[in-house]
Design a protein. Structure first.
Length: 311
């Protein structure tokens, strides 16, 4: 494995490629803004007009379709939800695969099956396009600051072409080899831990509520004790505030933990904790909480009174 690149050596965008961002959710919008602050002329596309206009108001350039964006850009960063949406961005009606010029780079930031990512690299290569398997982690705040982590794999040519773009978006760009899919493998293992930690955090807070422990005091103690995790510290404030506005939704972990289990199933590898966490998110989704913040997995526990939103 090669080492990580630090963002401190960001190249001047004066000779950098034209860049586009497709998918302006919590992560994609922040990444687009980080690129703007680095001096790039950022082209953007999203199905939600309001998301596009928010970036345009800060200097971004709106594109009506992925095809239009592809025709204008040499590096396209895709931050959509899953493989199906990535397929639509590339090969659907008005997809950008048909308009990207030979030698352009498609940077795929979604959490997908490693096998699917590897096959996508081959499909794009047939069109003369370069590909980086580049899932991301870090959350919306780090995306806004240009400090996400990217777990990447691809050819030296793709890295050379996209380096300034990657460095503007990320504090750490891990190069995990030339084989597409290697980045997705590491991201899926990260999601195993993230999903299990959120489920465990919700279970712990639910037990505290059931036992009558003051939830704010419990949060304060745990976040200064050995039982703390980044997910407990980051997600339980949503529960304490009674605010389940989605930054990362329950259904994201239905998908991502499903990918974790699919990868393990292929090699007949047991994942008891992941299986349990997946069922917890499935239960929350089935109960109607799929589009709420992933901390809403706590709502599956009976006999607890959750904090109400503050007025």
């Amino acid at each position: 494995m090669q080492g990580s690149d630090d963002a401190s050596d960001t190249a001047s965008p004066s000779n950098a490629p034209r860049v586009g961002v497709i998918g302006l959710g919590a992560m994609g919008a922040g990444m687009a803004r980080a690129l703007r602050r680095a001096g790039f002329a950022v082209h953007v596309h999203d199905l939600r007009a309001e998301a596009v206009q928010a970036v345009v108001a800060e200097g971004g350039v709106a594109c009506a379709s992925p095809a239009e964006l592809g025709a204008r850009c040499e590096v396209v960063v895709s931050v959509v939800v899953n493989a199906q949406q990535t397929e639509a961005v590339l090969f659907g009606a008005d997809g950008c695969a048909a308009t990207l010029r030979s030698g352009s780079v498609f940077v795929m930031c979604s959490t997908v099956s490693p096998r699917w990512s590897e096959a996508l690299a081959e499909r794009l290569a047939e069109r003369g396009l370069l590909y980086l398997d580049a899932p991301i982690s870090g959350g919306a705040a780090r995306a806004e600051r240009g400090e996400i982590t990217m777990m990447t794999a691809g050819s030296p040519e793709a890295y050379a072409r996209a380096k300034a773009v990657l460095d503007a978006m990320a504090a750490k760009v891990y190069r995990l080899g030339e084989r597409a899919g290697a980045g997705s493998q590491v991201k899926i293992i990260n999601q195993l831990l993230a999903g299990v930690h959120i489920a465990a955090a919700a279970e712990a807070m639910a037990l505290g509520l059931r036992e009558g422990v003051d939830p704010q005091a419990l949060y304060e103690v745990i976040t200064h004790s050995a039982g703390n995790s980044w997910m407990f510290e980051n997600r339980m404030p949503h529960v304490l505030a009674g605010d389940y506005t989605p930054l990362s939704a329950v259904d994201i972990f239905v998908k991502d933990l499903g990918l974790v289990l699919d990868m393990a199933r292929e090699s007949r590898f047991p994942l008891p904790l992941s299986s349990t966490a997946h069922q917890m998110f499935m239960q929350a989704s089935a109960a109607g909480h799929g589009r709420e913040d992933d901390s809403a997995v706590i709502k599956i526990f009976p006999g607890i009174t959750l904090p109400e939103p503050k007025s």
